[in-house]
Design a protein around this ligand. Structure first.
Ligand code: AMP
Ligand code: DBH
Length: 536
């Protein structure tokens, strides 16, 4: 059994193989290529895991999955944070040919249910440390609602669901059964702009290329020590070059549960970390900590700081080499595929002012006007792209795919960009109906749908407003039957089981929403009002 997904046309697949982008290796090769190496792969708190131990843990879990009757071609819903078990689980599932959706640890009931409805998972792997799974109430309802689930393993469970027990039990005669390299390996999460969160099928071939190429560009070697303080499941953290890049090179990953300076600075010093990745607001907080007395002495080993996920201002970018004392690399990527990097040997001006260039010579990127026609170089318009690691369609979403792609298979990311004469990209804005809250993406429609469930809400529009730390925050404009306070709105959304970062930072009630001449909600006008208010 294989999972359905939109393939690259044959002539593209042939070309991507001929050029060596697709090597027909499973992603598990990232780990198995190290054999029984005693080099350190992973540091998680007090735990130190060598490549040999890592591989054994993976095989044990994979073998336990097979023993439970889990089969190649099935799917899993996984929710684990920045812990060793995230990676052990990921590789174990790949070893048995099961494609996971790795939900973010910040996700709640609403997101988990939405993913499960789409993939119909055979198993659920989650964490007792997450509030949802501290007791059994949600678990019981979930298993009841999603009849496809035959197996539940929980990290930190003491009883029948114990994930650790399955990892510790030695495997006998384990035989790996990964899916073919040109099939779906796992699903990446889209930041989204629609009512239901969309899933991105990623194949072994395309994802492995993305990681391999990222390693080349970022100079990752067996000597690299990488601090992962981004959410483990995020595409940036997994593949640009992220933890999987470090594993591929035989380097060492140090896990942090959050990007705070108080946690990360000592970890960097203690483990002599050389590379890390952050979203812009975390950079602000690091710079603040340094200037308020922490200094940068603990960061002496740090050679490279990658920043991406949201727009990095030139002001902030300039301060990184000066105050943190390491090199900056801008990363403009998307879980759908395309990743752009500034090169390590680019001029400081380029690194500060651009979001880099597409990493693959066969990334096709161009800028379209509102009618889908190409614009001259330098002009601002819609980013259109296709290439050897950019997907060809969201999972089971024919309608949305029809508008997200043009007739030649170019994906329209919803970003507004300009490309200069040398091919460097600058992100200028966004067309998609999304709020980028410091790198955490909020699909406006998803939150609006939840707001409309409230008995007092007649119309709802979620828009971005400028924020000095996060770049953007969200404001909900509501038309209501009776007045609603922000706290009530947030409480209601929390009860709907939605991730905390999606709750509106501000709530405004109106008599009516402004409309465009064609009768759509005029979000431009709403954003303008917010900007005017902010000016004061
Ligand atoms: P996602 O769909 O969650 O994978 O998020 C990808 C989106 O994040 C992109 O389409 C951009 O809108 C945004 N993004 C990522 N990196 C950057 C960056 N360096 N600068 C500006 N926006 C970015
Ligand atoms: O924001 C992103 O999704 C992102 C940012 C940087 C990403 O997916 C990536 C690098 O791979």
């Amino acid at each position: 059994m294989t999972l359905p997904f939109t393939r690259w046309p044959d002539d593209f697949a042939r070309r991507y193989r001929e050029k060596g982008y697709w090597q027909d290796l499973p992603l598990t090769d990232i780990l198995t290529r190290h054999g029984d190496s005693e080099a350190l792969a992973l540091i998680d708190g007090e735990r130190r895991i060598t490549y040999r131990q890592f591989r054994h843990a993976v095989n044990n879990l994979a073998s336990a999955l097979q023993a439970k009757g889990i089969k190649r071609g099935e799917t899993a819903l996984v929710q684990l944070g920045n812990v060793a078990e995230f990676y052990i689980t990921f590789f174990a599932l790949l070893q048995v040919g099961v494609a996971p959706v790795n939900a973010l640890f910040s996700h709640q009931r609403s997101e988990l249910n939405a993913y499960a409805l789409q993939i119909k998972p055979a198993l659920l792997i989650a964490d007792r440390e997450h509030a949802l799974f501290a007791g059994d109430d949600f678990l019981n309802t979930f298993v009841d609602q999603h009849r496809s689930v035959r197996l539940v393993w929980l990290r930190g469970d003491e009883g029948e669901h114990a994930l650790e027990a399955a990892i510790d039990r030695p495997a006998e005669n384990f035989i790996a059964t990964p899916t073919p390299a040109d099939e779906v390996a796992f699903f990446q999460l889209s930041g989204g702009s629609t009512g239901t969160p969309k899933l991105i099928p990623r194949t072994h071939n395309d994802y492995y290329y993305s990681i391999r190429r990222s390693n080349e560009i970022c100079g990752i070697t067996a000597q690299t020590r990488y601090l992962n303080a981004l959410p483990a499941a995020h595409n940036f953290a997994m593949s640009s070059p992220g933890t999987l890049g470090i594993f591929m090179a035989g380097g060492c990953v140090v896990l942090a549960h959050d990007p705070s300076a108080t946690l990360c600075f000592p970890l960097i010093h203690q483990h002599q970390v050389t590379v890390t990745s952050l979203v812009p607001p975390a950079v602000s907080l690091w710079l603040q900590a340094i200037s308020e007395g922490a200094g940068n002495a603990q960061l002496a080993s740090l050679e490279l700081l990658q920043v991406g996920g949201a727009r990095l201002s030139a002001t902030l970018a300039t301060r990184i080499p000066a105050e943190i004392g390491c090199q900056l690399q801008q990363v403009f990527g998307m879980a759908e595929g395309l990743v752009n990097y500034t090169a390590l040997d680019d001029s400081p001006e380029r690194i500060i002012n651009t979001q880099g260039r597409p990493m693959c010579p066969d990334d096709e990127v161009w800028v379209a006007d509102e009618h889908g026609n190409p614009l001259p170089r330098g002009e601002v318009g819609r980013l259109m792209t296709r290439g050897p690691y950019t997907f060809r369609g969201y999972f089971n979403s024919p309608e949305h795919n029809a508008s997200a792609f043009d007739e030649n298979g170019f994906y329209c990311s919803g970003d507004l960009i300009a490309i200069d004469e040398q091919g460097y990209i600058t992100v200028q804005g966004r067309e998609k109906d999304q709020i980028n809250r410091g790198g955490e993406k909020i699909a406006a429609e998803e939150v609006e749908n939840l707001l409309l469930r409230h008995e007092s809400v007649i119309h709802a529009a979620l828009v971005s407003m400028e924020d000095s730390l996060l770049g953007e925050k969200s404001c909900a404009y509501l038309v209501v039957k009776k007045p609603l306070r922000a706290v009530e709105v947030r409480r209601f959304l929390r009860e709907q089981g939605v991730a905390e970062f999606k709750l509106p930072d501000r709530v405004e009630c109106l008599e009516a929403l402004p409309l465009t001449p064609v009768g759509k909600v005029d979000k431009k006008q709403l954003r303008l009002w917010l900007a005017e208010r902010a000016q004061g």
